[in-house]
Design a protein around this ligand. Structure first.
Ligand SMILES: [Zn+2]
Length: 138
């Protein structure tokens, strides 16, 4: 039986029924940053708070990666995309689908956690963007 291990601590809330990306929100200039940081990357203020992105985002750009990058341990091909969240941040991430024919810019996308690769008998998991069933929400 294998354990599930996050690829990096602090990227997403997990385990969780509904995983959410963990971001920094700047109280001074309202910039949202991902991954979380102690200081605002825009105005350098330390007056920041940690929040979770629990909303549905919209798919902006996406592509399929056919050749495995040197540092990537998962299967190819895989999809990557940029999802824009209503909190005012665009986040790059893996997609759950590698066949891009079913994807359209502007689609609603939700955050899920899935295995990316296996290592030492563990499932290494990360956040991915998945076409949302909650279509129709603005
Ligand atoms: Zn700021």
């Amino acid at each position: 039986m294998s354990n599930a291990v996050p690829v990096l601590e602090g990227l997403f809330s997990w385990p969780n029924k509904k995983p959410a990306l963990q971001v920094t929100h700047c109280r001074q200039c309202l910039v949202v940053a991902f991954p979380r940081v102690e200081y605002c990357p825009s105005c350098a203020s330390s007056d920041v708070e940690f929040r979770q992105l629990e909303s549905i985002g919209k798919l902006r750009n996406f592509t399929s990666v056919l050749m495995r990058p040197p540092e990537y341990k998962g299967e190819v091909p895989y999809g990557v995309g940029i999802v824009e969240f209503p909190e005012g941040i665009c986040i790059l991430g893996l997609l759950t689908v590698s066949d891009l024919g079913s994807l359209r810019p502007g689609m609603n996308m939700e955050v899920v956690v899935e295995t990316v690769y296996k290592e030492d008998g563990n499932d290494i998991v990360s956040y991915k963007f998945h076409p949302s069933q909650e279509a129709g929400h603005a």
